[in-house]
Write a protein that binds this ligand. Structure first.
Ligand code: T1G
Length: 699
């Protein structure tokens, strides 16, 4: 057996077995592409070899093109993927692709270039390129329809979802399911193909079977176009697949290639590829290696059965982890449990949950009124009232009750975790697990690392986050951590715009046009203006000079808390959530401007986006500089998963990269020079200035 860079070659009888080995998932980087072609040439040149099997690892036949090569010249170095697949398909000896684990994107396209395909029944086949803002760019849009028909192929390409190999048993896509040893099965299949002199099946020679192709494609264009307004890739997928019925194979390939290369250049694809990398980067902690020991978390205690505590409890029981749910009073406990049950019953009604699953999950929750129920839990998470005095009582009690080696976590969204840890005799076991409401839905989890938090506690928390299907981002200790600290700045920028001449509905409309799920004033009305007001009062007690949005304060002081009181920045019809601009609020803003002698000026949508988003970016740069966030892409992950930032923009920091950091710096300097603004806040952060001067990006 000899080892090419990233392929292994050995001969069994008269069958050459080429094994892809480019961990972790056989990404089809340049070295692997060279290895495949060299191994193929070697097999073709060896008269003793009658057939060739190409296979990967148990985990992955291949996860597709090497995403780490994207945007680098290497991704286009010959042999590019199309060349490799053409070499396989034009082989004069039968080539059998033997698939275990995943065959995704270019990985599946490679297999489609083989003459035969055999697979484990649980292998996963998919073309997820659309999730990266791309389309299958190595023949997938031309070969798949020839194997499974236009509709099934288009569904697979547009969903990007993997499909178990067993689904294709009996179709031209899959020649055999191998239950036993995959390579042995594939070698036997190859030997039989040679013995039976099976003709070499080249997918390119097949014709697409789709009776009413044009009608179907027109329907596809209409439905796909309507459903993908911010993303160009889905419609291009339809166009590429359309070429598989109307054109020769080679013409179709050419059209596919042109569409693929076009999509590779789009900001939307850049954003989605960035998100793919950023999500994986977020799970890495610079000074906490993969070999850090982790603690077993077999049961969790949650203090507080309110909205947060109930949602957190659901996150754990959904992952099969038992929960002890503690409340101070029976009626609060009953109410919390009833809310959890109602949430599950809603999922049951929508067909998203079975009764058995509902009962299993409810059965995993042990309600209690006493901390004694926490004696054996491995982790406690408090989700009680946001007051440091309450936290002190809770953590002092947890410290007494919890067994050694258990983890004590706070769900606090802004209080000082180091101060909380200091209430205990075991600060190394204290960490922040900041869930976002509703905690059973929102994927984001800010893992707040205290000065004394142990590395194993941090590693345990990061691993646990994956288990409960959260995307964890590590934050240092500061007011608001990453997300809320940025949202405070974002809110200040928006309030400055209101003071200067804009109205809430104009600001929100501009933000929603930019792609935010909800404008900031609507978001305030949803979250409750009393919450923000309490936070500002707390901050003003500590620092009387803290930023004060007068109009926002006056709304709260007038009992206008938002949706929950039927009026806030907007007014709401009873039982409705649609925001209606309110002349009362407009009058309050006008009065405030008069008091301050402000002559309102016309404000454009561009101005609104520049000030609100660049405010986020500037604060984000400071958060990275201070080491509160490990990297800029973590800030994107927080904003994409916790605050409805549009995925097609990739996050505030990637958006700044796409605008150009030098242009962001210029805009911030211009704003900082305006009379009456908070100069310190608008002065560009040093990291931002440095990167801009060096012509670099955040990402
Ligand atoms: N290339 C290189 N590395 C990859 C990779 C890939 N395609 N996919 C994953 N990795 C790395 C990932 O960065 C991480 O690295 C490790 O593998 C584990 O990933 C022409 C152009 C394969 C199902 O979109 O869906 O082909 O952090 O944490 O949960 O048409 O990764 O450990 O250093 O996700 O077990 C199309 C994307 C490319 C597949 C494994 N392919 N990957 O999931 O582990 S475009 C994809 C996945 C293309 C052609 C076009 C998943 C997975 P690290 P992981 P996992």
């Amino acid at each position: 057996m000899t080892q090419q860079p990233s392929t292994r070659y050995d001969v069994r009888g008269t069958v050459a077995v080429v094994t892809l080995s480019n961990p972790p998932v056989n990404g089809l980087g340049h070295a692997l592409r060279v290895g495949i072609v060299n191994s193929l040439d070697r097999a073709l040149a060896d008269p003793k070899v009658s057939a060739i099997v190409i296979t990967g690892s148990d985990r992955a036949f291949s996860g597709g093109a090497d995403v780490r090569e994207f945007g680098t010249p290497k991704s286009g170095f010959e042999p590019n993927l199309g060349t490799v697949i053409k070499a396989v398909e034009s082989s004069t000896k039968p080539v059998v692709a033997a698939i275990a684990g995943v065959a995704l994107g270019g990985g599946l396209e490679l297999a489609l270039g083989a003459h035969f395909r055999v697979a484990r029944p649980d292998a996963q086949l998919g073309l997820p390129e659309v999730k990266l803002g791309l389309l299958p760019g190595a023949g997938g849009t031309q070969r798949l329809p020839r194997l499974v028909g236009l509709e099934a192929a288009l569904n697979m390409i547009l969903s990007g979802a993997p499909v178990p190999a067993a689904t294709f048993a009996g179709t031209p896509l899959l020649d055999a399911i191998i239950e036993g040893d995959l390579v042995d099965g594939a070698v036997q299949f190859a030997e039989k193909a040679v013995a039976d002199k099976l003709p070499l099946k080249r997918v390119r020679d097949l014709k697409v079977k789709q009776p009413d192709a044009d009608a179907f494609l027109q329907f596809a264009r209409n439905t796909v176009g309507a459903a993908s307004k911010n993303f160009p890739a889905p419609l291009k997928c339809v166009e590429a697949v359309a070429a598989s019925v109307g054109k020769s194979f080679d013409e179709g390939l050419k059209i596919e290639r042109e569409l693929f290369l076009g999509l590779m250049q789009t900001p939307e694809s850049r954003a989605l590829r960035h998100i793919f990398q950023a999500e994986r980067a977020a799970s890495k902690v610079a000074d906490v290696g993969d070999d850090t020991p982790v603690r077993a978390i077999e049961s969790v205690g949650i203090i507080g059965a309110g909205t947060m505590g109930g949602g957190i409890a659901m996150s754990f029981v959904n992952a099969g982890i038992p929960v002890v749910l503690l409340e101070a009073r029976q009626e609060a406990l009953d109410k919390g449990l009833a809310t959890i049950r109602k949430n599950y019953e809603n999922s049951l009604k929508k067909g998203k949950l079975t009764q058995a699953k509902l009962d299993e999950r409810m059965g995993l929750i042990t309600p209690t009124l006493s901390y004694d129920g926490f004696r054996n839990v491995d982790l406690a998470i408090e989700a009680v009232f946001e007051s440091i005095e309450v936290k002190e009582t809770v953590f002092k009690t947890l410290d007494e009750v919890m067994k050694p080696g258990s983890i004590l976590a706070s769900n606090t969204s802004a209080l000082n975790l180091d101060q909380i840890a200091a209430f205990t005799k075991r600060p190394q076991d204290v960490i922040g697990l900041h869930f976002f409401s509703p905690a059973n839905v929102m994927r984001l989890l800010e893992v707040v690392r205290g000065a004394k938090t142990g590395k194993d506690v941090l590693a345990t928390s990061m691993q646990l986050a994956k288990k409960i299907k959260k995307i964890a981002v590590v934050s240092g200790v500061c007011d608001g951590f990453i997300g809320n600290r940025i949202v405070a700045r974002y809110g200040m920028a928006a309030n400055d715009l209101i003071n200067a001449g804009a109205l809430p509905q104009q600001v929100d409309a501009a933000l929603q046009k930019f792609g935010l799920a909800m404008g900031i004033f609507r978001m305030g009305d949803l979250a409750g203006l009393d919450i923000g007001y309490a936070g500002r009062k707390r901050r003003r007690e500590a620092n009387p000079a803290a930023y004060t949005p007068i109009v926002a304060d006056r709304l709260a002081e007038a009992g206008r808390f938002g949706q929950k009181t039927g009026a806030g920045w907007y007014r709401y019809e009873a039982g409705k959530r649609d925001p209606i601009p309110d002349p009362v609020v407009e009058q309050m803003i006008t009065d405030f401007r008069k008091e301050r002698g402000i002559t309102p000026r016309k404000i454009s949508d561009e101005d609104i986006i520049e000030r609100t988003i660049f405010a986020m970016v500037n604060e984000g740069a400071r958060i990275v500089e201070e080491g509160i966030a490990q990297r800029a892409s973590d800030i994107d992950i927080v904003y994409l998963n916790g605050y409805g930032f549009p995925a097609h923009r990739g996050g505030p920091m990637l958006y700044a990269d796409q605008v150009g950091l030098a242009n962001v710096v210029r805009a911030l300097k211009r704003i900082a020079a305006e009379p009456g603004v908070d100069v310190k806040f608008w002065t560009p952060a040093p990291l931002l200035v440095k990167l801009a001067e060096e012509g670099k990006n955040f990402n």
